[in-house]
Write a protein that binds this ligand. Structure first.
Ligand code: PMP
Length: 402
């Protein structure tokens, strides 16, 4: 188990008060708070190391390049990728999915080809596929929020050109059996992208064990900065892909007659990258590895079980999403109270949760709801914070009963 008290001390923002109350931050699926070592790594970069990367021969440029490339090695190790060249730094999960849609899938599409997703995807894993000239097929989920695996398998046909599934649902907390999904797709020769935005903060991820072709995540959901994320792609696939964006750094030579593109992964990192973001992401990865992903997973398992029990006992509360395996988030509704009102009343007590459709409107539609309230957890949350949430929710119920 983690020593939560010690870990909490690493996050300066957790010492702040909101409206005179200690902050209870339960909106971690939207973005996580940042430990001091991430904040310091970014500060140190600007105070002592700032320079452009892959360009100069001077000391600072070499230093910044080394820090940037070290972060790539650490990201590759974090996902157990075979080679650091399989890691492309991007703005986040959203950009990574767009990159794969445009550079890998689009050139391979023939007329009437299909892209298969699930009903529990985030908008970022729906809309990029809708921009392609392909038919979007949607594998159903059941009333618990589990993927109907037999149906998913049936839907893989000769027309299926690509499969894109989330590892963990941000709206329901469902953990998908991605290894099994990859096996099913690969049995039909179909490549698979896994959206790991909500998985990497909560469990160890091994892309080679999963067998997936692409894996994407965002830095800000794993205690790193915003505006940075990573795409993992198997090397032969990445090498087969044309550039996504073009400009500086992604070329070996340019003339008006002929431009030669750079090797992977630089071919996909056009322009000056988010250097401080990448360095901050490297620090965040060191941080979670230091805390231990198995220990984080065990602590959060306890929080999820505890919260499920405590919230179930709040009168007129219904948990939305009761999948066999869940991680990170619990969605719920209170009878007769709009989720936005729940969020606003809790905010007065310093408790931050998310309310709305969570960028997963098809999930809301599947459960006949416009919105839910969602509490989502991180390594620094405690049972006491969950008790505070439950007490706040009881007050919400009283306000609306009065
Ligand atoms: N996929 C999932 C499952 C998510 O939860 C999110 C963020 N809420 C994204 C993709 C998109 O991440 P970002 O906005 O950081 O690109």
């Amino acid at each position: 188990m983690t020593d939560v008290g010690r870990l909490r001390a690493d996050f300066p923002i957790l010492r702040t008060e909101v409206r005179g109350k200690p902050l209870v931050y339960l909106d971690n699926a939207a973005t996580t708070q940042k430990p001091k070592i991430v904040i310091d790594a970014i500060g140190r970069y600007y105070e002592e190391q700032n320079s452009n990367v892959h360009r100069g021969v001077h000391h600072l440029s070499e230093l910044a390049t080394k820090l940037y490339e070290d972060a790539r090695v650490r990201t590759a190790r974090f996902l157990n990728a075979a080679d650091p060249r399989e890691i492309v730094f991007v703005r986040g999960a959203t950009e990574a999915i767009n990159l794969v849609a445009q550079s890998f899938v689009r050139p391979r599409l023939r007329s009437e080809d299909e892209v298969l997703v699930t009903h529990m995807e985030h908008h970022s894993n729906i809309v990029p596929w809708q921009l392609l000239p392909a038919v979007l097929r949607v594998a159903p989920i059941d009333d618990a929020g589990d993927l109907v695996l037999e149906k998913f398998e049936e839907m893989i046909s000769e027309r299926t050109r690509f499969v894109a599934v989330t590892h963990v649902s941000n709206a329901l907390g469902t953990v998908n059996p991605v290894k099994r999904i990859v096996e099913m797709a690969h049995a039909r020769g179909v490549p698979v992208l896994v959206d790991g935005a909500q998985a990497v903060p909560h469990m160890p991820v091994d892309v080679r064990d999963l067998g997936c072709d692409f894996y994407v995540f965002s830095g800000h959901k794993i205690y790193g900065p915003t505006g940075v994320g990573a795409l993992y792609a198997r090397l032969p696939l990445l090498e087969s892909m044309p550039p996504y964006q073009s400009g500086g750094d992604m070329i070996l030579s340019v003339s008006f007659e002929k431009t030669i593109f750079n090797h992977v992964p630089h071919r996909f990192e056009a322009g000056t990258p988010n250097i401080e973001g990448v360095i901050g992401l490297g620090a965040a990865i060191d941080y979670v590895r230091g805390a231990g992903l198995d220990a984080i997973a065990a602590h959060e398992r306890d929080l999820m079980d505890y919260a499920t029990g405590v919230l179930s006992r709040v009168k007129s509360l219904r948990i939305v999403g009761t999948a066999r395996e869940k991680a990170g988030a619990i969605s719920f509704v209170l009878d007769g109270v709009h989720p936005h009102d729940v969020g606003t009343i809790l905010d007065r007590e310093g408790i931050a949760i998310r309310t709305g459709h969570h960028c997963a409107q098809p999930v809301m539609e599947r459960f006949g709801l416009a919105a839910t309230a969602r509490a989502s957890f991180a390594l620094y949350n405690t049972r006491e914070e969950i008790d505070a949430l439950a007490a706040g929710l009881r007050r919400v119920v009283e306000v609306f009963r009065a």
